[in-house]
Design a protein around this ligand. Structure first.
Ligand code: NDP
Length: 602
């Protein structure tokens, strides 16, 4: 410590924990996920696609080797790997008007990735694209999706603005029958599912929500026709004479608010729970530096390095250096300071807690340092552990509250009381606005069928809802017994690396391509995980320590099932016990051995 550094008073942990519990208790409610409205019926217009007009086409009745549900990262990386393996007959079915998934829908101003572009954006090396910024903005990520689609010929056979309505296994012909909302009924030898965890917008169940006479939309369907501006961040000039409310202060709102504050006559940021907002420190990527580091295999090296730093590995260097690796580094540093005899699980957990308390104190101090209005500053402070909610990083969000015309409307954990014809009510006060923007997030924790929009019916009429009635059961999070030739592309029961989901997806995509290639090479019509192999994998997972995030004592949110007991099935929402680095190494060995242990090819 230098002599100029002030000595920080010790943290009163007991008082802090009491404050955390007090703030959580304000927000606990008995209706959990039921508090949100399913967007359908008279609310269905909130789902309309504002970006791409619908194109009429003839229904498909043909056969393809591989069909994939979802045109986001999961479908693109799996499709690309299949094409590389020689399976070019790939059809991606996507409800949006183009590839991109999350990045197709989320075009709100300021949208950007939170994990460094170098590891977040898939197939950078294959496509030869250098990200322009450490944290790329949404248009660049969408363009990368389109680039992958073009380079691998995935557009040729894709069906956009198409929603799968049913997927049924045809045992006699060893193929899947796919029906859609566009009248298609075609077949596929193999299918992949990558519908993503956060794609069905939800609305808060605020009384009167249908009565508002002004304009309103969800952040994932941004109406630039109304606001002006564009996804690249041009000023939303049409808001200059508008009073706008944005409801919600999660990761989406944190990115959009600075742009709204700059544009609106009056902006009301309606808060139920503050986000923790740490430093972003975005910067352009220097092409000279990139040319130096982008030697063959660079992206895989970066992916592995990030995962090693973030999820239990032992990397000597930190190539990525972002908020996630910083978080892990701090925890490791704290634990490594323990004397050898104190390396017990309890003391290690206590050291982890200490590092979290310190970090959150820093984040709260940052609010005081930036926000000029003291009352707003106090209300913008997050009183929970950093991983209770999605950590946010931004260098203009807190500053936005210093803009004239930008108002924080804090609801003291209770949410908006009512929506009226003219605006919204908080604390008995009606705020009249021209526009309400819902930054209220996406469905999580509702059943798979509701979120996917279809049922999967496997062998002997077994549905996925039945197979997973008591929780997800799979091998590697990819194969499910009873559902031959079907492959799931998602993190759970695999690496479960939440900090960089694309790494999970690229590894799954690679594995699926190798597996399908093998099935085709040996002339197998069916590939399926055996019940024994699936049971053994689930047994192995049950030894995992459980998710570090989303503990029940956290403030409610989608990380912890809105504070409700998620039931025993949630025990299965875990990853490989030895961690993400070990899992990726294991999976690499598994697919390259050529044995495909646990799968039956017939
Ligand atoms: P969230 O679910 O995180 O946030 C929804 C917000 O709406 C919360 O602040 C919530 O409050 C608030 N809310 C809900 N009901 C009410 C109500 N009745 N009255 C007032 N406020 C209400 O959604 P987001 O779209 O922000 O983010 C979803 C996820 O998408 C993120 O967690 C992240 O995983 C991902 N994302 C990633 C980004 C990136 O990587 N760059 C950027 C944006 C999103 P409360 O907290 O009290 O529930």
């Amino acid at each position: 410590m230098t002599t100029t550094e002030a000595v920080k008073p010790p943290i009163d942990k007991k008082a802090l924990l009491a404050k955390y519990i007090q703030e959580r208790d304000k927000r606990l409610r008995t209706d959990g996920n039921e508090q949100y409205l399913e967007v359908k019926g008279r609310l269905a217009h909130y789902l309309d696609d504002p970006y791409t007009p619908l194109v009429e086409r003839e229904p498909k009745t043909d056969h393809v080797t591989f069909a994939f549900v979802g045109g986001g990262f999961a479908g693109l990386v799996t499709g690309a790997r299949l094409v590389e393996a020689g399976v070019t007959d790939v059809r991606i079915i996507e409800k949006g008007g183009d590839f991109g998934g999350t990045w197709y829908w989320n075009r709100y101003p300021g949208a950007q990735c939170d994990t460094a572009s170098m590891i977040y954006m898939p197939l950078l090396e294959e496509t030869g694209h250098m990200p322009t910024e450490k944290y790329a903005h949404a248009p660049e990520i969408l363009a990368q999706c389109q680039r992958i689609g073009t380079q691998y010929g995935l557009y040729d056979n894709a069906l956009f603005h198409t929603e799968v309505k049913d997927l049924s296994w045809d045992e006699a012909n060893s193929r899947w029958v796919i029906s859609t909302n566009r009248g298609d009924r075609f077949t596929a030898s193999f299918i992949g599912l990558g519908t993503g965890p956060l794609h069905v917008p939800k609305l808060p169940g605020i009384p009167g929500i249908e009565s508002f006479k002004g304009h309103s939309f969800h952040t994932s369907r941004w109406d630039y026709g109304y606001t002006g501006g564009d996804p690249k961040g041009a000023l939303m000039e049409k808001l200059a004479d508008k009073r706008v409310a944005i409801i919600g202060t999660g990761a989406t709102s944190v990115q959009a608010v600075p742009h709204l504050a700059r544009a609106c006559k009056a902006l009301y940021v309606v808060q139920r729970t503050p986000s923790s907002v740490d430093v972003r420190a975005n910067a352009p990527i220097d092409p000279d530096w990139f040319a130096e580091i982008a030697t063959p295999g660079w992206q895989q090296r970066w992916l592995e390095n990030f995962t090693a730093n973030q999820a239990g590995g032992n990397a000597e260097v930190d190539l990525v250096q972002d908020g996630w690796t910083d978080l892990s580094r701090r925890i490791r540093a704290k634990i490594s300071q323990l004397p050898r005899e104190d390396m017990t699980p309890q003391k290690m957990l206590a050291a982890y807690e200490d590092s979290d308390f310190e970090k959150m104190e820093e984040i709260r101090a940052r609010v005081d340092a930036i926000v000029e209005n003291d009352e707003a500053a106090q209300k913008l402070k997050a009183w929970y552990r950093q991983l209770c909610k999605r950590p946010c990083f931004h260098d203009a969000y807190l500053q936005a509250f210093n803009t004239p015309g930008a108002h924080l409307v804090d609801t003291d954990g209770k949410g908006v009381e009512r929506i009226t014809e003219k605006g919204f009510v908080v604390g008995g006060v009606e705020y009249e606005v021209d526009c309400i923007i819902y930054a209220s997030g996406f469905e999580v924790g509702t059943e798979y069928k509701r979120r996917a929009g279809f049922e999967l019916t496997g062998r002997d009429g077994l549905t996925l809802s039945e197979a997973w009635a008591e929780g997800m059961r799979s091998k590697h999070g990819i194969h499910v017994h009873g559902f031959p030739n079907a492959f799931f592309v998602q993190p759970t029961q695999g690496a479960n690396l939440i900090s960089n989901v694309p790494h999970n997806l690229t590894e799954a995509g690679r594995t699926i391509a190798v597996t399908i290639k093998h099935a085709l090479d040996v002339g197998a019509r069916q590939v399926e995980v055996t019940p024994e192999a699936q049971a053994a994998w689930v047994e192995l997972l049950l030894n995992a320590p459980g998710r570090m995030i989303g503990a029940p004592d956290c403030t409610p949110g989608y990380y912890n099932n809105e504070g409700q007991d998620p039931g025993p099935a949630a025990r299965l929402n875990v990853g490989y016990p030895a961690g993400a680095t070990a899992y990726f190494k294991y999976l690499d060995g598994w697919r390259n051995s050529g044995q495909f242990e646990g799968l039956a090819f017939r």
